[in-house]
Design a protein around this ligand. Sequence first.
Ligand code: ATP
Ligand code: MG
Length: 575
Amino acid sequence: MAVALKMTDLYVPTLKEDPAEAEIASHRLLLRAGMIRKAAVGIYTFLPLGWRSLHKIEQIVREEMDGIGSQEMLMPAVQPAELWHESGRWSDYGPELMRLQDRHGREFCLGPTHEEIITATVRHELRSYRELPVSLYQIQVKFRDEVRPRFGLLRGREFIMKDAYSFHATQESLQEHYDAMAGAYGRICERLGLRYRPVEADSGQIGGKVTTEFMALADNGEAELVYCDCGWAANVEAARTAVPRNPTTIEPVSMEKVHTPGLRTIADLASAFDVTEHDTVKTMAGKTPEGRLVFFCVPGDRELNAMKADAAVPGVVLLEEDDFESFDIPKGSLGPVNPPAGALVIGDESLRLTVAWTVGANIDDYHFFGAMPGRDFEIGLWSDLVIAEPGDGCPICNAALKGARGIEVSQVFQLGTKYSESMGATYADEDGNERPFIMGCYGVGVSRSLAAVIEQHNDENGIAWPVAVAPLEVAVVPLTVGDDVVWPVAETIWRALAAAGIETVIDDRDERAGVKFADADLIGWPFQVVVGKRGVADGVIEVKVRATGERETIPVNEAATRISVLLEQARSALA
Ligand code: ATP
Ligand code: MG
């Protein structure tokens, strides 16, 4: 017997009005459909229906993890600072890490992720190459004091993640498990009914080099992607693309110093001199942790990618307002010609073939036109520096890239030995030599996935769940309750459905039909069985498919069988 619930027993506080704080569909509908409530910024309670859907996502994730031989466990959310000192992340993680002290003044954090704990757990006990590989996972609450918590479950400060960690003796073994994880992550997206794309990504905070993000495509997604018909795709943060340059036909000219009073931005400069922004060069200033000045030169119409800047000069940060004064450089007129002594000048790869540069003169209100690299200035380092954009060349086939937005629902990383080395986690190889584990880590945003599903499956009336994630599969909606015509028919169907293993709710509220229909569409029950007086008189009921709006009239005595068939079709379409 599957779940058979009554609407009057369910705690589903639906809202008639759109909550003012919700900017996007998933946040609005999770609140309106009575699935979550806010406790504090970025921190939510899951009400019964939200919890049911969340459980379904967890179960799908669990099945896919178990299917590739990862084993479930549970680590603590509260983690001792010592482990984070060992890995170096107590300082690297910054203010996003939620820190606390116990009554003895000992320091702890609330885990934003669990590399430290897992590494400390297996070191000294996972000892031999013969025991490798090992893959472990948990479904756990995570804490990150995000700069901008928003969009409900999409970017919370407390959220639920499935995180897995694997330990290997060889790179080949890691690669094999990484590929299996990526396969499982793709299947998870499919089973959740998500349209998605795996993309090349940057590993950011976690460390490691090889990494793929799984992006649920959504116009409201925070991530920007570029992709190519050849199959390549990347997060713009990470994309190494070929930025197009106008083929330069300019003959070497002499450099001209031009008075540009008040022209502080590229847009000002371009419009005053009737050139395109693309034909100018923008110089951004940063400083290294040691305090060395760095100039980044990028095409005037492009943005500097902070991650790429950091890759070129580890630890570099862009200058703050005060820094311009202390370095004594004019913010609105920076350029590579005559830079301050000791400054490192880095040019974006795409500028290599540009003969004549329009650049700031490092003197207030002056620019140079026709400055030539090698003649008028030197570039100390060429590096890929800009944020990729649609239209850039695909790094595989050079076709023009297209753009999309996405929600990062999951990510797989090859960590290498970052944690095993810093934390002294080694195993004995065949010859008895101690070697650091080669590690991988893999995360699925479980609560974020719930929001992503709604983001892709909703309309003006509410949520239109894929069956696999719906809080319940079928709602029986009698238009009258407690009478002896409609109610007994509805109740019989409700019980028959439950007996057939279908999760069913009956709307036994004494409400108007309009209210019931509106709630059913808002909550998004995948199948709605409408039982009314007129239909029953003709011996029929009506089934509405929420996702498509299709309706089917079915004889009362065939109702349960037919709905089972419809549901089986819907389930297997996703499984
Ligand atoms: P983002 O770039 O969106 O901040 P991340 O790359 O820092 O995410 P990971 O460390 O890769 O996140 O965590 C694994 C997964 O956990 C992510 O793919 C995402 O689905 C989920 N996740 C991360 N941060 C949050 C958050 N603040 N709220 C909800 N889910 C999150
Ligand atoms: Mg990530």
